[in-house]
Design a binder for this molecule. Structure first.
Ligand SMILES: [Zn+2]
Length: 451
């Protein structure tokens, strides 16, 4: 069995120990024993597919499938390897469990297409969020290798160790390290048990000082492709197996503090009280209304609210809540955010409960590359017989980091009921096989039309 079915089967195989930290659910945090076991298994699968495999300084498993190198373009190192008939063989490092040390590697002169996703999971997560993209990349290389096809660029499959941030308070640590979008101060973190990132890296034979040398230069790359389950209900609702991502949504997050007057629930008459929670409730409904009136890709969420003093017999004196606003582009997001903040002040004034707002997070949109998107759409239309559905990703992905350094494309795969971050996460192997075939057509198209 190969292609989409095998990709699904392999994700399923990684659901339980030793690839999960718990026997009754999937939990695979960065630099855990489950991560270590997964690295060993992926190394075997990548090698079997025809790749040279290494563990990079950030703990990412990287499999490289060499290009066909035209002799006139080859550098000296490439020519020597070609003369000896072992192109790429000297860059083969197979990291066993507890791999120690990161040797300098000469990857040759030819550029690479990176196909990637993450292999960490949230606690009690689903089997496909992340690993499916990695398994599909391996299937693409296995198919090329089985037919002895070499492209004018190398393919590198990256399995990122951390995307979810489910162990350390820093998400997308691994892809951001590869893209040079992180600094050493961000590595000064510890998990819930007090284990520092530095100590966790050491247990993998890695270290904090060299982690940032996982960085790849944009001059080494021709692009980045990531396949991922949609994690939403759009494709299923429209009866489509695949969607082509146009952009990863920009986000703004605010913290709002509403100040009322705490008082006895029995003695404060309704006319005189200044209830911070009822004011907050009106604000939450206003936020929902602003988002509902906007374009399809605009979403706004109040996901956390704390009430003070939070007692059954006290009129709430203070409410603190968060607002998360996202859209495919900055303009509708900023327009919605402005409308929301204005409305909050109007409600605060009307109720005599002052509200202060603070911007706590501002992430720009990560647009996908137009030319890559067109090629991927063509491949999707060819294999599905339907026009490719453009779709904005409301969730963040590793592709966001890469959009800053190389042309990026993302393929979405329909998932059951839009469910993700949940053990009920499910995909249809037939859909995954369409994704596999579209990706295979896409990389071959890239090989014939440019570079
Ligand atoms: Zn994911």
């Amino acid at each position: 069995m190969v292609g989409g079915s095998r990709a699904v089967e392999r994700c399923d195989a990684l659901k339980r120990p030793p690839y999960s930290e718990a026997a009754d659910m999937l939990f695979r945090p960065y630099l855990s024993a489950a991560h270590d076991a997964t690295i060993a298994q992926l190394t075997a699968w990548m090698a079997e597919a025809g790749m040279a495999v290494r563990l990079d300084p950030a703990g990412n498993v990287v499999g490289r499938y060499e290009s066909f190198i035209p002799p006139q373009l080859a550098g000296e190192g490439d020519r020597a390897r070609m003369a000896s008939g072992v192109v790429g063989a000297d860059s083969c490092v197979s990291p066993p469990s507890g791999f120690a040390g990161v040797p300098p590697v000469n990857w040759g002169d030819m550029k690479s297409l990176i196909i990637a996703s993450h292999i960490d999971s949230v606690r009690d997560g689903g089997a496909y969020d992340g690993p499916l993209g990695v398994m599909l990349g391996i299937e693409v290389v296995a198919a090329l290798n089985a037919h002895n096809i070499r492209l004018p660029f190398a393919i590198e499959i990256y399995a990122f160790g951390d995307e979810e941030g489910s162990r350390f308070p820093a998400s997308m640590l691994c892809s951001r390290a590869v893209c040079g979008q992180i600094d050493y101060s961000a590595l000064d973190v510890a998990d819930r048990d007090g284990v520092t990132l530095a100590a966790a890296l050491e247990s993998f034979g890695l270290n904090r000082e060299t982690l940032l040398t996982a960085r790849r230069d944009s001059s080494e790359l021709i692009g980045y492709l990531e396949a991922h389950i949609e994690q939403g209900p759009v494709l299923e609702a429209e009866g489509l197996a695949l969607g082509v991502v146009t952009s990863i949504a920009c986000q703004k997050r605010f913290e709002v503090t509403v100040t009322g007057v705490a008082g006895h629930a029995g003695t404060n008459s309704m006319a005189l009280r200044k209830d911070a929670l009822t004011a907050g409730a009106e604000m939450v409904l206003g936020i929902e209304a602003v988002a509902q009136a906007g374009p399809e890709d605009l979403v706004a969420t109040v996901g956390r609210m704390t009430v003070g003093p939070n007692a059954p017999n006290v009129v709430p004196g203070e409410v603190v809540f968060t607002i998360d606003v996202r859209a495919g582009t900055e303009a509708p997001r900023d327009q919605a955010a402005d409308a929301i903040l204005q409305q909050i002040q109007q409600i605060a004034a009307k109720r005599g409960t002052p509200a202060s707002t603070r911007l706590i997070h501002d992430l720009p949109a990560a647009p996908c590359d137009k030319s890559m998107m067109e090629k991927l759409s063509r491949a999707v239309a060819d294999v599905t017989g339907q026009a490719a559905r453009p779709i904005v990703s409301g969730a963040g992905h590793d592709a966001m980091a890469f959009a800053g350094i190389t042309p990026t494309a993302m393929l979405f795969i329909r998932c059951k009921d839009g469910i993700s971050h949940n053990p009920l996460e499910a995909v249809d192997p037939a859909d995954v096989d369409l994704a596999f075939r579209a990706m295979l057509a896409f990389v071959q198209d890239l090989g014939t039309t440019d570079e």
